[in-house]
Ligand binder design. Sequence first.
Ligand SMILES: Cc1ncc(COP(=O)(O)O)c(C=O)c1O
Length: 412
Amino acid sequence: MPSRSAPTTAHLAALAETYGTPLWVYDLRVVDTALATVRAAIPDATLAFAVKANASGAVLRHLAIRGVGAEAITIGELARSLRAGIDPARVVVGGPAQDEALRALAREARVARVSLDSRSQWRDWCDEPDGWPQGTLAFVRVNPGLDPRTHEHMAVGKADSKFGLTPDEALALAREVASSGALAGFHVHAGSQLTDPSVHEGVLATLAPLYDALPQARELDLGGGFALPGYPLERLGALTDAWVRPRGLRLWLEPGRALVAAAGTLLTRVLHVKEGPRRHLIADAGMADLVRPALYGAEHPIHPVTVAGRVVGDDEALEALDVPTDVDGPLCENADRLGRDVRLPALASGDLLAVGLAGAYGLGMGSHYASHTHAAEVVIDAHGAAHLARRRQPLDALWADEVDAEAERTPA
Ligand SMILES: Cc1ncc(COP(=O)(O)O)c(C=O)c1O
């Protein structure tokens, strides 16, 4: 079995003891390594972290201090980013909706960029009493109409997806935006979990005639989508360098997963072991915590932290049982599963598992399905010390927002 990365198994076991399970653990040292990797590969890019990947206040504050901006698509994401201290000068507001509430906060905060996903969004902004926000520039999002070779749900750059405008429509809208002096340039997010930079070559080939036609477009936002592990960022660096520099463009990127996925571990405890031709480990975390396996068929590395109650060594070689093993969640759905055919040794009830590469699209995509409450979050700081970043959700959070219907039941 491959060995795991930081934090150590002993540390994880201690955290589970202190805070219980399921538990999210984000190692901020790993975020720093990821950020350094992205910055080294593409030094000139302004980074706007895609907040949807991990909206934990502790993570956002950490990125804010390091000068990272935010890509926000809801008022909630924008409010969280600002609250965490992210500089509005590095904020891109985007998304297919951009409702009135989001527009109002974006206007008040004077965000640097808005990515327009449709012509009617442009009208919505301009039709407000104050018109287009002073000091904010617009990207026009282009649908490149290519196959980004990723899971269907994440292939947002395909022609039939709801995102962006066709190149012709985008050019027409960009001309209009430019005539009012508000154009930054074009934006493409081709998809997520991309492994092949030739997708971005295709994107740039689509964009070239647009930039040729519109010299007022001085910036390019290439979105995010870099698979981790798997996307060769240095190749993107070389590609963008060769493209952006001669044109004198400012480059923006919106990495989500690449900055936070490796930093996150979901700690879960095995509640029951069901032997048979297929072994089922019923864990206390599942699709309501980490939906990626159910939604995308995503495969996360799963490693034992304890075996029969004993904390395993970080580099200890463990012999996996020769039985197909599923790590299943606690809810009543076949899709409630963290891993299929996982290679694991003989585990007992009470053993702990670490689900790796879980720092992106974890709790943020979590749900209250089956009245499951959200797990706690812990961050590990630069000195290796752990801090509680979010309390385990109490049971009464499930009904806290319900309106008491007692009056309806009382006969008149
Ligand atoms: C517009 C936009 N930018 C950036 C991202 C971040 O993608 P990833 O986490 O794959 O880098 C997304 C993800 O959905 C997105 O929609």
